[in-house]
Design a protein around this ligand. Structure first.
Ligand SMILES: O=C(O)CCC(=O)C(=O)O
Ligand SMILES: [Fe+2]
Length: 556
């Protein structure tokens, strides 16, 4: 992989634009590019390894922006109002439409010499002009910085948007080495990571993909890498112990409990496990089950995969590229009756196969949730409201071929000049065909997000099923902090008989690409809604237990 050219000192530390909180919907409305507009800054740990957006792509994206702006301008002129962002209105770059000065962009295209050269453009709005002026006064000036402004494109923003004071215009820039900076301009110049694992984010990338074809991946990866931050020292120390490595066991079985099969339910240990969930939003238990129980489930999952019964994971919104797993919903008993209601094919979440080996697993996980966690987290009303459990979902993330070019993975990270920074794998995407083989950052329940639907999921629990899984096999579950989307909270390898539990509505996470091995897991969700064809009553539900101890006559 080509190293990113050194960041010219003249460009640092200037940050351009970014999405202020709340502007995301607006971004969708005008079909903006989700690239953050920024220049590497001194506090950016990853800039040394941030890949360069390929020049060809930067040019394509810039031309696409210009085309979109021009198309809007034309249609505003003809219809008198601004159209919705139209994916179809895009004309391929190079067609010379849109009045974008290709000539000028070309001047920046082979600037890998380190001579600062920044080409800037904006949509002609006074705010954007002012914004650029301010940038220039902060160092973006001189012979290396050429202003392409205005482009003759009037502001695309409808008056009501201006009144919100959020979004003011648009600026884009082509930086040395082909970095394209584009974004919605706003009053705030704060740098904010672009996304928090929402469907909105995925729709944006869908849009982006429709503009850029397969090259969208470069942009995604670029932006991802740009913002990715390793877990904070405090979190690492609390989760893994001093000097502990990511991917290790978080709550190892104490040797004094070695004879217990449910060692985690023993009083002192149970307290540790519950406080881990309370403090960190997740808990991880190694040797969760007797080894042969876990091994039986693992072979059942592998058999399901080999038999071809697993189907591609389903997403309800956006993100055609977002997940690369195959899944099979299973139940402990013959699911035919649930699956074949009215002869219809089973829906997402409805079991379509029986896996009797799951019975002891379910009993243990129910015990963990109902008897260990719920009573100890009594002050957290989320667990008290749990009533049902989803069917179990077997997943397989098929191995990416060893030669998958992970241009943003360990190879890129190892070029980091910082010895304190760990080598971190790139985003959950396979390169080349633009499709994920992992699962891009998401939340299992988006109910806390603006306009997000509540799917009832409270706690996600996953049992991993891969014997001898090493770090070199990739495939970690990467969990992020809640509010800072690319700040890593923890990374957990999918080792056989490891159980993880985390809050479904609070912990964004992604599955990184497995390398050279298929990756198997079994997931259950605990829900705060009534049983339906995709879920079963959870007998150890804290609410039920409380009623039982109170001798409620309504308990059935
Ligand atoms: O398998 C994993 O580690 C996580 C999968 C996941 O995030 C999901 O299915 O929602
Ligand atoms: Fe998930």
């Amino acid at each position: 992989m080509a190293m990113a050219p050194p960041v010219p000192a003249a460009l640092s530390p200037v940050a351009i634009g970014g999405y202020p909180a709340g502007s995301r919907r607006f971004a969708e409305r005008i079909g903006c590019f989700p690239l953050q507009a920024l220049v590497p800054t001194s506090h950016d740990q990853s800039s040394a390894t941030a890949p360069v957006l390929p020049v060809a792509m930067a040019r394509a994206a810039a031309a696409a922006i210009a085309c979109t702006l021009a198309a809007r301008r034309d249609s505003r002129h003809s219809s008198g109002r601004s159209p919705q962002p139209g994916l179809r209105s895009f004309r391929p770059p190079g067609s010379g439409v849109g009045g974008f000065p290709e000539r000028r962009l070309a001047a920046g295209k082979d600037d890998t010499t380190g001579v600062p050269q920044v080409l800037l453009g904006h949509d002609g709005s006074p705010e954007a002009a002012q914004y650029l002026g301010a940038l220039q006064s902060r160092g973006l000036q001189g012979p290396g910085c050429e202003l392409l402004s205005p482009l003759g494109v009037p502001s695309i923003l409808p008056a009501d948007v201006n009144q919100t004071g959020e979004a003011l215009g648009r600026v884009f820039a082509l930086l040395p080495g082909g970095r394209l900076l584009a974004g919605i301009d706003a009053k705030s110049w704060t740098l904010e990571p672009p996304c928090n694992g929402t469907g909105h984010e995925w729709s944006m990338w869908d849009y982006y993909m429709s503009l850029l074809g397969d090259r969208w991946w470069d942009a995604y990866a670029w932006e991802y890498w740009r913002f990715l931050r390793p877990a904070s020292p405090e979190r690492r120390c609390a989760l893994y112990g001093p000097g502990g490595a990511e991917g290790g066991a978080l709550a190892p079985r104490p040797s004094s409990c070695s004879q217990e099969s449910e060692w985690w339910a023993v009083d002192g240990t149970a307290d540790v496990v519950a406080s881990m969930l309370a403090q960190h939003g997740l808990c991880v238990l190694d040797d969760f089950l007797p080894h042969d129980v876990a091994a039986a489930v693992a072979s059942s999952a592998r058999a399901a995969w080999r038999s071809g019964r697993m189907a591609s994971g389903v997403l309800s919104t956006g993100g055609r590229f977002a997940r690369g797993d195959s899944v099979l919903w299973v139940n402990t008993q013959d699911p035919a009756s649930a699956a074949a209601v009215g002869g219809a094919a089973p829906q997402d979440g409805q079991a379509s196969a029986a896996a009797p080996e799951l019975k002891p697993v379910l009993e243990s996980i129910d015990r963990l949730v109902g008897d260990v966690l719920a009573p100890r987290l009594d002050c957290d009303s989320r667990l008290r409201r749990v009533r049902t459990r989803s069917h179990a979902m077997f997943t397989c993330y098929p191995a990416s071929s060893p030669e998958v070019k992970e241009s943003l993975g360990a190879e890129g990270a190892s070029q980091s000049s910082s010895s304190t920074q760990s080598v971190m794998q790139g985003p959950a995407l396979g390169s080349g065909n633009g499709f994920s083989r992992g699962y891009l950052r998401h939340l299992d329940n988006v109910r806390n997000l603006d306009g997000g639907q509540d799917c009832g999921r409270v706690l996600t629990t996953i049992l991993y099923l891969n014997e001898d899984w090493q770090e070199s096999h990739g495939g970690a579950l990467r969990l992020f902090e809640t509010s800072t989307s690319l700040q890593v909270r923890a990374e957990v390898l999918p080792r056989l008989n490891r159980l993880i539990a985390f809050w479904a509505d609070e912990v964004p996470h992604e599955v990184l690409l497995p390398r050279g091995r298929d990756r198997f897991a079994c997931t259950f969700w605990y829900l705060d809604r009534e049983a339906d064809p995709a879920s079963l009553a959870f007998e150890k539900a804290p609410a039920a237990a409380a009623m039982a101890s109170a001798g409620s006559m309504f308990l059935d």
